[in-house]
Design a protein around this ligand. Structure first.
Ligand SMILES: Cc1cc2nc3c(=O)[nH]c(=O)nc-3n(C[C@H](O)[C@H](O)[C@H](O)COP(=O)(O)O)c2cc1C
Length: 294
């Protein structure tokens, strides 16, 4: 997986609530990316069964796709067991979510709380590594909870566990949410220097593949993840020459044919996806909103 990611350097970022099963079946049929990272699978009380993880991964897997299962939680043993089961269920690697800013998630000690409880996170990473052997393990994180200086402590510690093949760094802190924050390049450049051996992907407000390439050069990154703007230009990885507008139309044509009531696809999902892909005020999103009210 590490070598594979050296070749396919730019990936769609995981997006919970957007990467629904129905949406992903369409995206994988269109072969929009050769590799996907799932949205988080939360592990709290119980360790999921292989069967449950297979169902979660299935929409990402058709064709030659590789999928990295993202997991989130605070218990090293449960997360390690989930990672092992995730690989048995067909995942090509495991990603640990350390950056989710949801208050509900943080209150339970997961997501961004991993940066506060950074020693426990190092234990999680070592526990996962012990059970997955040489398989791929990555971490997706922000640069701190309150302050970007926190990264100077947790990134070297996590890397020194020897467990992590790749870090994806989102340039904001948790407190900054998704606010407009300047100096993305400087932040990523400095954070990148804290990591010696693992691959490093950058993330945050990347609009195009050219911008992603530029960011890699400026900050010495191995690649990037592109979140919201991937959906505004969904063929960016498959066919970079295609105009974003054409790509949006192609994806929307497939999504608008999906039957409601299956695989988490409801009228509300269609409105959300039309708004994300075509714009909240697009004729398609407006039309769906009106038909919803009738
Ligand atoms: C609706 C939504 C859902 C997200 N879900 C996840 C998730 O499940 N796991 C994760 O690591 N990040 C998640 N993120 C964060 C994105 O992966 C990404 O880091 C963030 O959107 C910044 O990148 P962008 O500016 O390219 O969108 C989510 C973001 C949004 C907006």
């Amino acid at each position: 997986m590490r070598d594979f990611l050296k070749k396919f350097r730019h990936l769609p970022a995981p997006m919970e609530g957007v990467m629904r099963p129905a949406v992903m079946e369409v995206c994988t049929a269109l072969e929009l990316s050769p590799v996907w990272v799932t949205p988080f699978f939360r592990v709290s009380e119980t360790v999921p069964k292989v069967k449950e993880l297979k169902k979660f991964l299935a929409p990402f897997l058709p064709g030659t796709n590789r999928v990295i299962l993202q997991i989130m939680g605070k218990d090293p043993i449960k997360l390690a067991e989930t990672a092992a089961r995730g690989l048995s269920a067909g995942a090509a690697g495991i990603d640990l979510n350390c950056g989710c800013p949801s208050l509900q998630v943080i209150r339970h000690g997961a997501g961004s709380a991993a940066m506060k409880n950074f020693e426990n996170t190092a234990e999680i990473l070592s526990a996962i590594r012990q059970v997955i052997g040489k398989e791929f393990l990555s971490v997706k994180t922000r640069l701190g909870f309150e302050n970007i200086l926190e990264a100077e402590t947790f990134l070297p510690l996590w890397e020194s566990s020897g467990a992590v093949d790749m870090f994806t760094l989102h340039y904001r802190t948790t407190s900054e949410g998704y606010k407009a924050i300047p100096m993305r390049e400087e932040r990523l450049k400095n954070a990148r220097k804290l990591i010696k051996n693992a691959l490093v992907l950058g993330n945050g407000n990347i609009a195009t593949l050219d911008e992603a390439e530029e960011l890699c050069k400026t900050c010495s990154l191995n690649g990037t993840m592109i979140g919201r703007n991937f959906w505004r230009s969904p063929f960016m990885f498959k066919d970079p020459a295609l105009f974003p507008e054409e790509g949006r139309k192609l994806l929307w044509r497939e999504l608008s044919n999906l039957p409601y009531g299956e695989k988490h696809w409801a009228r509300g999902s269609a409105i959300e996806m039309a708004s994300l892909i075509l714009g909240a005020n697009s004729p398609e999103a407006d039309g769906l909103k009106k038909s919803f009210r009738q």
